[in-house]
Write a protein that binds this ligand. Structure first.
Ligand code: NAD
Length: 288
């Protein structure tokens, strides 16, 4: 079987167009433009590229950007004060603190002071708690992007065996929780899992979020499975995922490439979260 390729770039573009239309309707109805504040401490080139991408994408869909770039020697307390100001600023619907931060700035602790209503990265304990309890809230962007890819390809999740490899707070855990909420039977694997290959072979839906090139081999994939590769690994051969794509594609029904699969979805879902945050803050229905 030759797998269908899930075109994350095209789906991300669709989501971005939808957000642009919804922002236009929102502003047309007399609401303030949603605002996204990004905070970057230091001059790490990779982080700067991410922030540029997020600000550019915001502008394209009509979200107002507040682009805060602080010198590398900014103190923890200064960043904290900025985040508090942004929490109080009614023009700002969503706040994103770019990680990692320089050593004197405790990025993990600062993420937790972001107002849950503005937590468009979905990483605060309140957002994680709402997700765990199945309550509406802002979901982490990459996991939300994984679910969107599955949804737009009509992948049946109810009663399906879903296996998530990786249990990070950023990807693995929230993906597993979202799959559970969609009534899949979910197994979460990690570095101590015994016989990972055997567990993966059960999966109707296999999600790899590890950060090890080609960890998931072709014969770990069940015939007809949907395979979502979150991994981004920089190797001598270029960017690769956690799945041996060529081998897995001979068995899967659907599979994401790397690059061009999950990656583009993260910013698209950030834009959607920012609009949802603006709606929610205005007391309007925000969650579908
Ligand atoms: P992480 O390092 O925080 O977590 C990795 C997880 O993999 C851990 O839970 C660990 O237990 C598990 N693991 C490690 N070795 C394993 C092994 N041999 N077998 C089974 N499990 C193993 O990483 P993360 O932040 O969750 O990111 C995972 C990957 O996804 C990375 O490649 C990252 O670059 C990528 N990523 C992509 C996006 C995107 O597409 N936008 C966003 C976030 C992360």
């Amino acid at each position: 079987m030759a797998a269908g390729i899930i075109d994350g770039k095209a789906i991300a573009q669709q989501v971005r167009s939808e957000v642009a239309e919804e922002v236009a309707a929102w502003v047309g109805a007399g609401h303030d433009r949603p605002g996204l504040a990004t905070v970057l401490v230091g001059d790490d080139p990779a982080s700067a590229v991410y922030i540029n991408g997020k600000q550019k994408a915001s502008a394209e869909v009509g979200i107002e950007g507040f682009d805060h770039r602080l010198p590398v020697d900014t103190s923890h307390d200064e960043v904290e004060r900025l985040l508090e100001d942004l929490n109080d600023d009614p023009r700002v619907s969503g706040i994103l603190l770019q990680l990692p931060t320089p050593p004197q700035v405790d990025g993990g602790a600062l993420t937790e002071i972001i107002s849950p209503a503005k937590d468009v990265d979905g990483l605060t304990p309140i957002s994680a708690g709402l997700l765990a309890k199945g309550r509406p809230g802002l979901r982490p962007c990459t996991p939300a992007g994984v679910m969107e890819l599955l949804r737009r390809h009509d992948v049946a999740l109810e009663g399906a065996e879903a296996v998530v490899v990786g249990r990070s707070d950023l990807v693995g855990k929230p993906v597993a929780t979202l799959l559970l909420a969609a009534n899949a039977t979910v197994t979460t694997c990690h570095s101590r899992t015994r016989d990972l290959a055997e567990v993966c072979r059960r999966a109707d839906v296999l999600i790899a979020a590890v950060g090890r090139p080609h960890l998931v081999q072709g014969d770990w994939v069940k015939e007809g499975a949907a395979v979502i590769d979150v991994g981004i690994n920089r190797t001598d051969a270029g960017l690769t995922g956690d799945v041996d794509f060529a081998a897995a594609a001979t068995r899967a029904r659907l599979i994401t490439p790397v690059p061009g699969g999950v990656g583009p979805m993260t910013i698209a879902m950030l834009l959607r979260n920012t609009l949802q945050a603006a709606r929610s803050q205005a007391g309007e229905p925000a969650w579908s």
